[in-house]
Design a protein around this ligand. Sequence first.
Ligand SMILES: Nc1ncnc2c1ncn2[C@@H]1O[C@H](COP(=O)(O)OP(=O)(O)O)[C@@H](O)[C@H]1O
Ligand SMILES: [Mg+2]
Length: 261
Amino acid sequence: MRVWAVANQKGGVGKTTTVVSLAGLLAEVGYRVLLIDLDPHGSLTSYFGYDPDEVELSVYDLLSGDVPVTAEGVTGLLRNTSHDSIKMIPASTALATLERKAISSQGMGLMIARALKQLDSQFDYVLIDSPPVLGVLMVNALAACEHLLVPVQTEFLALKGLERMLRTIHMINRARKNKLQYTIIPTFYDRRTQASVLSLRELHHQYPHEISNTVIPVDTKFRNASIRGVVPSDLDTSSRGVNAYARLLRTLLEQQKREAV
Ligand SMILES: Nc1ncnc2c1ncn2[C@@H]1O[C@H](COP(=O)(O)OP(=O)(O)O)[C@@H](O)[C@H]1O
Ligand SMILES: [Mg+2]
C-alpha cells in the first residue's frame, strides 16, 4: 500500500481536484484506491454525494476515539464512490473541532497512520486530502504519507502560501526518520496570462528539484465532473486536464520505482 497526501496551506489551489483526478487514473489501471477526506469542509465527501453535515460515520469518529483502530472498526468507515475501485472515508464538519487542537495526547498525530495499517491488504493506493490549516489533521496526513503532493496555483499570491507549506514540511521532517519527499504541482495554468507564465518561471527558479514538469492547465471539465460526482477521467478520458494528470501520474509512478531500487 502506498500513501500519498495532497496538501497546501491555502484553499482553492486544486487539492481536491488532484485527489479525485489521480484516484480515477489509478483506478483505471487496475489499482484499488482509498481516499481519506481530512478537510472539515468536506469537499471530497460532497464530491461523491455525501453531506459532511449529516454523515453518520466519518474520519472524525476515528480521531475522536469513538471507533476503535481495528480492522473491523476502520473497514466500517469505508464508503462507496462513483467508481467501483475507489472507496472513501468521508469527513464530517465536526472535524473542525479537532483541527486547531494541539496534539495533546501522545500518538494523536499518528492515528491515521495506525488506521491505514489495518487496511494494508485492501488497497494499493491511499490518497489523503488535507485541510489548508496546520493542525492535528494536517499533521496526521503528513505523518501517514510517504509522498506529498503540493498543488500551487500559478499566480503570485499563491507562492506565499507555498512558502508557509514548505516551512511546515521542514518542521515535520525534523521529527521524521525518513524525510518526506514532496512534489510541487503548478495548477490553474493559463499560458495566455502573464501571472501564470511568470509565476511558473519563479517556481522553477526557486524549486528546481521539487517542481513537477507537468503543469495542470485551467480546464472547465473539472467543474463539470464535480457537478456530476464522477472522477474527471470518467467524464472525459482525453480532456487537457485529465491528460495532464495522467502525465503527472506517470512521472510519480516512475519516480517511485526509481526510489524503490
Ligand atoms: N485546473 C483547473 N482548472 C479549472 N478549474 C479547476 C482546476 N482545478 C480545480 N478547479 C476548480 O476550482 C475549484 C477549487 O478546486 P479544489 O480542487 O476544490 O481546490 P482545494 O481543494 O485546494 O480547495 C473547484 O471548483 C474545482 O472544480
Ligand atoms: Mg479541497
